[in-house]
Design a protein around this ligand. Structure first.
Ligand SMILES: [Fe+2]
Ligand SMILES: [Fe+2]
Length: 443
């Protein structure tokens, strides 16, 4: 029985993935709809209803936690949680058309999942499925929103961690599942882009290479979307970015985290992560395409053809490598790491601009800071009148004068667009782990 139930849910989620990837007219979708409906019919011929719940990050059927299934469907669980769905009940009498409409409903943008979901379902003629949503505590609306975002970031990190583990263990990769997870991370850019970026820039994890990979992937996808790439290319760049440093996981931690200068031999070993990575990703060329190989190989090559691995026939890097190399250095410099000083955004900007035209494509670098801003969203800054503010949004035309929210002193609280209000200036950046810590809570 449990097998049938698992098959039904797997089928249902495969439908959802196929719909998101290919659309409702595609044979892939129709095939998985047939399969899934067949499994549901079988289960519902034996029982009146079939209820599945999401408990934490696990899937549960009645009192049984479906660990195996949850592992397989992590990205979809996350997807449903983002839509406030923690319980789905399917009832006997369900027909295929209803199931298809339900899948299309679930595939809709997150913004649709706010009002009465059940009402919305009956309006599209779905009578044999009931979904339940989490109660949102309106008083803690802001906190729980941030919490949900943090959870999303953590779960995304899980997805990245798993995808990296699979490559490390030479296991198969579910390309569709990976694209699905990344597109779900991407969707957050459209609605809560600033919050996601804030997490990527402010949430620091020490030593975890894969956190770096997730951040670089997020930055690269966001950057390429703002550069006007289409969805498919953005996802390919996101996947390639996610694996850019995979070769590093084969290099001893002693070298990776050595506090002092590396010896020539150690540096040689360090540099080999590009070739190692390309070699590893070559094994996945049939599932993930050639871009991860290219980006692994090229991400330390510089715009002026210096860098490594040195090529006998210098040529221009792939645009994906140019994008990833900017996001890579940006994240590496912004991360607070044990072996490095904590660089403030103005220092990061200074370092990267010094290498404009040599390490980085100058136009691309300007565009990058135009989008990310000089002071990233979430930065705590001291103003010329002595008040303290949080950066809330960017002004591409004048990257040093973002939109801010004054949080201290209390009587000065307000939002200001520094491009429109020329009387105030940003004087300095407050470290969010030290002097800026207390002000972060005020935002
Ligand atoms: Fe690297
Ligand atoms: Fe890197």
């Amino acid at each position: 029985m449990l097998n049938n139930i698992e098959a039904a849910f797997k089928g249902f989620f495969a439908c959802l993935q196929a719909l998101k990837m290919y659309g409702s007219a595609h044979p892939m979708f129709l095939k998985s709809l047939d399969r899934s409906f067949e499994a549901f019919t079988e289960v519902l011929s034996l029982r009146q209803e079939m209820v599945i719940g999401i408990v934490g990050e696990e899937l549960a059927f009645e009192k049984e936690i479906l660990f195996d299934l949850a592992k397989f469907l992590r990205s979809v669980i996350l997807y449903l949680k983002e839509r406030n769905i923690e319980r789905i009940a399917f009832y006997r009498g369900l027909n295929k058309d209803e199931l298809s409409r339900f899948v299309s409903f679930i595939a809709g943008p997150k913004e649709y999942f706010k009002g009465d979901l059940q009402d919305a379902l009956s309006q599209i003629g779905v009578e044999h499925i009931i979904i339940g949503k989490l109660k949102v505590d309106s008083q803690q609306g802001r906190d729980s929103f941030t919490l949900a975002q943090a959870e999303l970031y953590d779960s995304s990190a899980d997805v990245v961690g798993q995808a990296l583990d699979r490559v490390l263990n030479s296991e198969k990769i579910d390309h569709q599942g990976l694209e699905f997870s990344l597109s779900s991370i991407m969707e957050n850019f459209s609605s809560q882009r600033q919050e996601m970026l804030k997490l990527a820039t402010l949430k620091r994890y020490d030593t975890e290479t894969y956190m770096h990979m997730l951040n670089v992937s997020i930055f690269s996808m966001y950057f390429s979307s703002r550069l006007g790439f289409d969805q498919k290319d953005i996802l390919s760049i996101g996947i390639a970015a996610m694996y850019h440093d995979i070769g590093k996981l084969f290099i001893s931690r002693r070298i990776l985290h050595k506090p002092g200068q590396l010896t020539d031999q150690e540096f040689g070993r360090m540099k080999s992560h590009t070739l190692l990575g390309a070699e590893i990703m070559l094994k996945y060329v049939h599932t993930l395409g050639i871009l991860p190989v290219v980006v692994c190989f090229e991400h330390h090559l510089k715009y002026d053809s210096s860098g490594y691995p040195r090529s006998i026939f210098p040529r221009k890097q792939h645009i994906a490598s140019l994008i990833v190399s900017i996001c890579d250095v940006y994240d590496a410099l912004s991360q607070r790491r044990g072996y490095k000083q904590d660089y403030s955004p103005d220092v990061v900007y200074g370092i990267m601009n010094r290498d404009k035209g040599s390490a980085f494509d100058p136009e691309l670098l300007d565009k990058f800071f135009g989008i990310m801003g000089f002071w990233p969203v979430g930065s705590v800054v001291a103003l010329s009148d002595g008040s303290i503010a949080l950066v809330r949004g960017q002004n591409e035309a004048d990257i040093r004068r973002p939109k801010i929210e004054i949080v201290f002193p209390a009587d000065k609280k307000r939002t200001v667009d520094l491009v429109q209000d020329g009387s105030l200036n940003i004087e300095r950046y407050l470290n969010p782990w030290k002097e800026g810590k207390d002000y972060l809570k005020l935002g």
